[in-house]
Design a protein around this ligand. Structure first.
Ligand code: NAI
Length: 351
């Protein structure tokens, strides 16, 4: 099935969409800028083995728009963008990332980029050689990005538990964390410090062993975590894990984690709502790194980690309250609220 790119851009309100091809390195990528009404657009570089060009293009549109949603909900003076790179054999990756860096530089500050799946310190270092509009992974950069994300998930989780029971009551809670990487590990540390019972899983056995030894958490085989009886399930690994089959197995009251796009489709947020499981929208919870990054680039300061988390906790509380008043799934409320704000940016007179 083909995609009519201009129709898709018009439907989703995109500003520009660039196809990047570099003859020397073999780079093939898309760069989508969704919105710069309130300020420059922010979005990382995702490198993934897409099945085809269409898959990459659709992902770029979806991810860039989600970044604008995050900015709108967190009231950041910025908008959303994304670069997606088609991962394939035979590419000179240093050359490819340098070519992306030059494309970002040519935008003159309209777009800032940073890490995402497949793009880590090494790739950021290559891009930094070509542009200043990229997250510097070293001491000159914003720093502590995953820690900010974990703090946001922690404070957002606290807001969700308070929404249900009046207080987080950590000492009485069991939290299951799927994925003990940068975000999951930092989250586990916070929960343990508060006296919660933490059960963790990771596909890398050495990671779970290390977490058991260092943090004292219980561990479980990957795949089994969804069916554990718990207060909170915190997906901190991959997206798309909640769908018709897995939602039936859940035995938690709240889903609140750092992973992007936890719901396979938006309607799965409705399914969770029907099962009376409180789903805290991922794009609100995991915006800690974005908050730290935008403030660093636009105001030249490093927002303290706890304050980043507080901002997310307050936003989660207001989204959940609004969802309760409307009697609707929080994921729908969050998107509607973001869309309202974006419409108001674009047409202040009509708002
Ligand atoms: P990471 O790569 O450090 O950690 C992910 C961990 O999940 C790895 O240890 C991996 O082995 C494990 N894993 C993968 N598949 C799994 C499975 N099926 N079951 C159990 N464990 C599995 O990544 P990081 O930075 O911790 O990010 C986690 C999630 O949060 C990702 O979805 C990422 O896109 C999202 N995110 C991260 C941000 C950040 O600041 N690092 C910001 C916003 C979102």
């Amino acid at each position: 099935m083909s995609v009519h790119i201009l129709d898709a851009m018009a439907r989703e309100g995109f500003e520009s969409f660039v196809a990047l091809h570099d003859r020397d390195s073999g780079l093939r990528a898309f760069l989508g800028i969704h919105d710069t009404t309130r300020g420059p657009a922010f979005g990382g570089v995702r490198r993934w083995e897409y099945r085809d060009e269409r898959g990459a293009l659709v992902d770029c549109l979806r991810l860039a728009r989600a970044m604008t949603h995050k900015c709108a909900l967190l009231d950041l003076p910025a908008g959303g963008a994304k670069v997606v790179v088609l991962d394939r054999e035979g590419v000179d990756w240093e050359g490819a990332y340098r070519a992306i860096g030059r494309a970002v530089e040519a935008m003159g500050g309209r777009f800032y980029t940073g890490p995402d799946v497949g793009t880590g310190e090494r790739e950021l270092g290559w891009m930094s050689g070509e542009t200043g509009f990229v997250t510097d992974p070293g001491p000159a950069g914003p720093g502590e990005l995953a820690n900010c994300t974990a703090e946001g998930v922690f404070q957002g989780m606290a807001a969700a538990l308070s929404h249900l029971d009046g207080a987080p009551q950590w000492a009485e809670r069991t939290v299951v964390i799927q994925g003990l990487g940068a975000v999951g590990w930092n989250l586990a540390e916070r929960l343990i410090a508060q006296g919660a019972r933490v059960i963790g899983s990771d596909v890398q056995v050495d990671r779970t062993d290390l977490a058991a030894a260092r943090l004292g958490i219980e561990t479980i085989r990957p795949g089994d975590e969804l069916a554990v009886e718990a207060d909170v399930l915190a997906p901190c690994a991959m997206g798309g894990i909640l769908h018709d089959l897995t939602i039936e197995r859940l035995r938690c009251r709240v889903v609140a984690g750092g992973a992007n796009n936890v719901l396979a489709k938006p309607l799965h947020g409705d399914r969770l709502h029907e099962r009376e499981i409180l789903y805290v929208p991922d794009f609100v919870l995991n915006s800690g790194a974005l908050i730290r990054g935008t403030i660093f680039h636009l105001e030249g300061r490093r927002e303290p980690v706890v304050e980043v988390g507080e901002r997310i906790g307050t936003t989660v509380a207001s989204v959940l309250e609004r969802a309760r008043e409307a009697g609707e799934p929080p994921a729908r409320t969050a998107v509607a609220l973001a869309d309202e704000r974006i419409a108001a940016w674009r047409d202040p007179e009509g708002a």
